[in-house]
Design a protein around this ligand. Structure first.
Ligand SMILES: Cc1ncc(COP(=O)(O)O)c(C=O)c1O
Length: 448
């Protein structure tokens, strides 16, 4: 076995266990060790000076870089087909780092409204308070709406490759191309897809972000986030901070020194160390262990999710199932074109009987865990209208496919039959809990 791993000739499952890892130089440990240290001792005076000046390889302080973290960054970069990757403390930190590396006060973002609620709040309220304006695109499939929203101050377009809770898709290639026409990079949150299902950089995304807490880590045991640099020609008129001499580069600019990788270098060299959302090497190690089984989990969970969605659509207690690969979905064509391995393990279904029916389902399941998380090896259920989407108005919720009876499911690796039995029992409970209401409703409809 060679000490250095070459990515080119290998497939996904090989890369997920080998990329970025080489046996530990001191002891030959096969798994990269956890370097749980704040800082690193300098051999001598000159080494300290040269490392601070960026003129010598090696580590200084874990906020600037750490060998355990870097091994995992390299692995994610290879899996995503990116030019670089930066691990941070959470998915929220990854989105924040990417957007703060692109935009500042007076700038503007164009953002899909079909995104994680935490990101929607971040760009609207928190970046808004810093003077960064945002326009939301209500129908992310409407390319003309994206085009119309771009202004001279626009610094990024932002989408999710698979959006929560109903697996809404976007035409990543078309939105990225539109951005390129205007010199505006596309940032894609690809948490729900993972690089196993979709690699946004191959479709022209300049930046890919993930909550590594979800499918990448896979076991619900660690939080983390990653910013992957897909490369972009950042025009000086929109991104003067990347073209101005920077003190950390001794008079060079990021664009001058790093070219198409200017943004990744700026995020790593300036935004992350200054704002400080550092990932613990311990969490990096946990995320790495998760990544080693990513393709196996994603293939199984994605297939189980489609089978469950198909089965749920046939159940009388279920009013609607939102899953992009089901016949009748407005996303089916994009699903077939861009997601040959499937659209992931998270989807939503709406039970008849509104909130009382959803409450009954959550009270009756024994296998599925009632919690706000996705991408776990265990199946998880959530009622978005009263939790993740509670801050949206009822109209906004409805537009996003969230009704009072809607439940989000993140399908785990359990046996499909066991999951069907669990959900079947829960749907029976929902029917029993709401049948007097349902009888009243149908009597009222008959009178009307
Ligand atoms: C699509 C998406 N992006 C980002 C985040 C934020 O990730 P984290 O919880 O790791 O901060 C989440 C969390 O649910 C998410 O679903």
């Amino acid at each position: 076995m060679s000490a250095t791993w070459e990515p080119e000739p290998h497939g996904f499952a090989t890369a997920q266990v080998h990329a970025g890892a080489s046996p530990d130089g001191d002891h030959g440990a096969r798994i990269p060790p956890i370097h749980l240290t704040a800082g690193f001792v300098f051999e001598d005076f000159d080494t300290a000076r040269d490392r601070f000046a960026g003129e010598a390889d090696g580590y200084t302080y874990t906020r600037m870089g750490n060998p355990t973290v870097e091994a995992v960054e390299r692995r994610i970069q290879v899996l995503e087909g990116g030019l670089g990757a930066l691990l941070v403390a959470s998915g929220q930190a990854a989105v924040t780092t990417a957007l703060l590396a692109l935009a500042g006060s007076g700038d503007h973002l164009v953002v899909s409204s079909a995104i994680y609620e935490g990101t929607r709040g971040l760009v609207r309220d928190d970046l808004g308070r810093l003077g960064i304006a945002v326009d939301f695109i209500d129908d992310p499939l409407d390319l003309a709406a994206w085009r119309a929203a771009i202004r001279p101050e626009t610094r990024a377009l932002f989408t999710e490759s698979i959006a929560n809770p109903g697996t809404d898709l976007v035409d990543t290639g078309a939105i990225a191309a539109l951005g390129r026409e205007h010199g505006v990079p596309l940032v894609v949150d690809s948490t729900f897809a993972t690089p196993y299902l979709f690699r946004p950089a191959e479709h022209g995304a300049a930046v890919v972000v993930h909550s590594a807490s979800k499918f990448l880590a896979g076991h619900g045991a660690a939080l983390g986030g990653v910013v992957v640099d897909g490369g972009f020609d950042y025009p000086a008129e929109r991104f003067p901070h990347l073209h101005a001499p920077h003190p950390s580069l001794g008079g060079d600019s990021f664009a001058g020194r790093y070219g198409r990788q200017a943004l990744g270098a700026y995020a790593r060299g300036v935004v992350a160390p200054r704002f400080g959302p550092v990932l613990s090497p311990l969490s990096a190690f946990v995320i790495q262990l998760g990544i080693e089984t990513l393709s196996l989990r994603m293939a199984r969970q994605t297939a189980s999710a489609l089978a469950l969605a198909t089965w749920l659509a046939e159940q009388p207690a279920v009013e609607r199932v939102d899953h992009a690969a089901l016949p009748g979905s407005r996303h089916l064509e994009l699903a077939r074109r861009d997601f040959p391995r499937g659209v992931g393990a998270v989807f939503s279904f709406t039970v008849r009987g509104g909130e009382p029916a959803a409450r009954a389902v959550l009270g009756a399941v024994r296998l599925a865990s009632h919690m706000t998380h996705v991408g776990d090896v265990r199946t998880l259920l959530l009622h978005p209208a009263t939790t993740s989407h509670a801050q949206r108005t009822p109209e906004e919720r409805r537009a996003g496919g969230v009704e009072d009876g809607t439940l989000r499911i993140s399908v785990g690796i359990e046996e499909l039959e066991d999951l069907r039995a669990d959900l079947g029992r829960a749907l029976d409970a929902a029917t029993a809990a709401t049948s007097p209401d349902r009888e009243r409703e149908s009597a009222a409809a008959a009178v009307a």
